[in-house]
Design a protein around this ligand. Structure first.
Ligand code: BGC
Length: 534
């Protein structure tokens, strides 16, 4: 691929998009899938604590201190039912690659919702433990598929000037799903029959139905269609997304750029997973590893410590109403994702990642320091802890929460995009599982546990410091570039110099044909003044 796949073009609807909102609305709708993701991961902890669920799947217990409902499941059952979802999501995310490349990005979403619905139906209707566990695996496969397919679909279909905000909408839906799960669980938890857990479980069929029906109206990704050689369909899809006629010159230019890009990539033959780690002129290995690690570091910020173990952590810290605190953290997560959606297009990916990690790092060290120095009776100390945790979540919600998904949707070239994205999404689930599994052992006291308690925040603070270093050295600024221009950015700059090079790309409006076909149109730093305004 001499010269690299550097078609740029104006990006989908670059000029037309600003006044034609129908395409943006369509691609934004796909974000609804985040509800399935957030709700499913958020609901299980509450369900497995419900009396009727424990009565059906567990055994009577006389230890009313640890099992106030009078029923309990064994630790291995608890760990199986919680972690089995991660097994499903991990393999689902990986399977997303071949489904996306064979059936399509949009087509794959239908498979995801079908598998997810089968899993939910099984969990809702079953009376046997084994069936419930199989239902969790299937639902997990569906969620994992979604986590690869949706950011890919949105990144490939959204106009470049608003791509970051649109993909952030998916994260926003995840946060809403998490909040809905805690609110609905709380509303049904005191029912004394199967409806206590069947309502919050079964309600997920409604989310899957809405997503399926909505996706029926959306076009397939034009980039996928071009890859399949279905050029006429690609023109139609692009015309729906840009609200322009299929024969409009702007649509033509965009399709030509995607085609040119793909042709160059295809000269190298069908790409394999090994190709994702190849040392190449367009730094594929760096890009694949950056995606895998940005998702790992997102989990290592410690965010799910709050969402999975927040209730018991706040109780041990002496906070009087841990449930309300948990709802408060969920609300902060939802509302603070909104400024993130704006900020990602205003300030860019790099500064938000770096400053978000700095704020999280400071908050987490402060929580650790205050936590080890004050007594649990100190009510102002408690309030300070809750406030710091809320600031920490706010910082996550408007930076690392959405941006990790935005970055993995946009940093790969088309020939390895599905595979590299599936590796990055699978990394998220692997770390999600690992941290969820290890946390009780790290935090709890007693034999076999590290007994860190609030000191665990020293670990999260340190991992956030690593997030700052990682973002600085590994994540380039990609705001406002087309997916093909991002390839050019990787070829000709480093993450540290990317901010300036990006401005030059935009100011010079670089296309593949400009760089290869018309040598006169190269990048001139003397045009920097204009670029600085971008
Ligand atoms: C993460 C999830 C997390 C959620 C919180 C997502 O981006 O991948 O693990 O629970 O954000 O909002």
């Amino acid at each position: 691929m001499a010269g690299g796949p550097i078609a740029s073009g104006p990006g989908l609807g670059a000029n037309a998009g600003k006044n034609k909102f129908s395409g943006i609305l369509m691609v934004s709708f796909a974000a609804f899938a985040g509800i399935l993701f957030g709700y499913d991961t958020g609901t299980i902890a509450g369900i497995t604590a419900m009396k009727d669920w424990l009565r059906l799947f567990g055994e009577p217990s006389t230890d009313l201190v640890n099992h106030p409902t009078g029923y309990a499941i064994t630790s291995s059952q608890q760990s199986l039912v919680t972690s089995i979802l991660s097994a499903g999501t991990f393999f689902g995310a990986l399977a997303g690659a071949s489904i996306a490349d064979r059936v399509g990005r949009r087509g794959g979403v239908f498979i995801a919702t079908a598998v997810f619905s089968a899993g939910v139906a099984l969990q809702t209707g079953c009376h046997q433990w084994a069936a419930f566990v199989v239902g969790r695996v299937l639902a997990g496969l569906g969620v994992g598929l979604i986590s690869t397919l949706i950011p890919m679909y949105q990144s490939e279909c959204a106009p470049k000037w608003i791509r970051g905000a649109v993909v952030s909408g998916y994260q926003w839906a995840i946060t809403i799903g998490l909040l809905l799960a805690s609110v609905i669980n709380n509303a049904t938890k005191d029912r004394d029959d199967h409806s206590a857990w069947r309502i919050p479980t079964g309600i997920q069929l409604i989310w899957a139905f809405i997503l399926t029906v909505g996706m029926l109206w959306l076009p397939e990704s034009p980039r996928f269609l071009i890859k399949q050689g279905r050029d006429a369909d690609a023109a139609k899809a692009l015309s729906r997304l840009t609200a322009l006629d299929p024969s409009d010159p702007e649509v033509e230019v965009e399709l030509n750029d995607i085609r040119a890009n793909l042709r160059e990539e295809q000269e190298l033959g069908e790409s394999s997973y090994a190709d994702c780690f190849k040392a190449s002129h367009n730094k594929i290995a760096l890009r694949t590893l950056s995606g895998i690690f940005i998702q790992a570091w997102q989990q290592l910020t410690g965010i799910n410590f709050i969402f999975y173990y927040g209730t018991s952590f706040f109780t041990h810290a002496g906070i009087k109403n841990p449930f309300l605190t948990q709802v408060a953290t969920g609300v902060v997560n939802v509302f603070m994702t909104i400024p993130g959606m704006w900020g990602i297009e205003r300030f860019g990916r790099r500064p938000l990642l770096i400053w978000g990690a700095v704020v999280m790092c400071i908050c987490e060290y402060l929580v650790a320091i205050i936590g080890v120095t004050i007594s649990v009776q100190n009510s102002s100390g408690q309030k300070a802890l809750v406030a710091l945790v809320c600031i920490y979540i706010a910082a996550f919600a408007c930076t690392w929460g959405p941006i990790a998904w935005v970055v993995i949707g946009e940093i790969y070239p088309l020939n390895v995009r599905a595979k590299a994205m599936s590796l990055a999404a699978a990394s998220n689930w692997l770390w999600n599982f690992g941290i969820g599994y290890a946390t009780p052992y790290l935090v709890n006291t007693g034999p076999g546990n590290a007994g860190l308690e609030v000191k665990v925040f020293f670990i999260w603070g340190s991992t956030c410091a690593c997030c700052v270093i990682f973002s600085y050295f590994c994540i380039p600024e990609t705001k406002g570039l087309s997916l093909e221009q991002i390839d050019l950015l990787y070829q000709n700059s480093t993450p540290i110099t990317s901010t300036r090079y990006r401005r030059e790309l935009i100011a010079n409006d670089v296309h593949t044909s400009d760089v290869h076909g018309a040598p006169g149109k190269s990048l001139h730093v003397d045009e920097k003044d204009e670029a600085d305004k971008v």
